[in-house]
Ligand binder design. Structure first.
Ligand SMILES: [Zn+2]
Length: 198
């Protein structure tokens, strides 16, 4: 079972975090504390298939007010996560160094959890900083994808106007575009260029 060691929601959180920055358009969806609040609302820390009962323990629960300091830390983490996603397929050693450094700085700690008759392992952070928890979960999930599926599963969309990042968890691992929309746009462009050259 490939999904035994990572939680796909953590992989998704990593990709979504990296993609809050759109380099081509120069758009940043993580500029305010409110936007950070929304990001955590969309990506709550959770076990496989179950909402977490202990979000407050992990620095992201409703009782915890996010601050500008949290925003700064999460934005710094975004640099790291984006660096991992951009580099893994071409320079896996550099990506691994970013992951290992990030895990060390977030004081990432593996824990064994039990809930709803299921056991699972999770990597969390030994601190109350929400950015550290996000670093521990996202970076350990990316580490697990690299270790189980290989570094080429992390990538940047081949769409010339996109550069969004993705993680390919599919069986055949042939993903090149972040979304179907980008893939479709590229195939239309390729068709048009063939047509105009003939
Ligand atoms: Zn794309």
């Amino acid at each position: 079972m490939l999904d035994a060691c990572y939680i796909s929601s953590a992989v998704e959180a990593a990709v979504d975090l990296a993609n809050t920055w759109r380099p081509i358009k120069g758009e940043d969806a993580l500029e305010t504390v409110e936007q950070l609040q929304d990001f955590f609302a969309d990506h709550p820390p959770a076990g496989p298939g179950e909402p977490s009962s202990s979000a407050t323990d992990r620095g992201t629960g409703p009782s915890r007010r996010l601050t500008r300091a949290d925003l700064t830390e999460v934005r710094a983490l975004r640099e790291t996560v984006r660096g991992v996603l951009e580099r893994a397929s071409t320079d896996a050693v550099a990506a691994a160094a970013l992951i290992n450094d990030g895990l060390r700085r977030s004081r990432a700690t593996p824990v064994l959890r039990h809930d709803h008759d299921r056991w699972w392992t999770e990597v969390t952070a030994d601190t109350d900083r929400c950015a550290a928890h996000l670093a521990a979960t996202t970076l350990s999930a990316l580490a697990c994808v690299i270790a189980t599926l290989g570094p080429t599963r992390l990538g940047v969309c081949a769409g010339p106007q996109c550069r969004a990042t993705y993680v390919d968890l599919s069986r055949n691992g042939s993903k090149q575009y972040c979304t179907r929309t980008c893939a479709h746009r590229a195939s239309v462009a390729a068709y048009r260029s063939r047509h105009s050259n003939s």
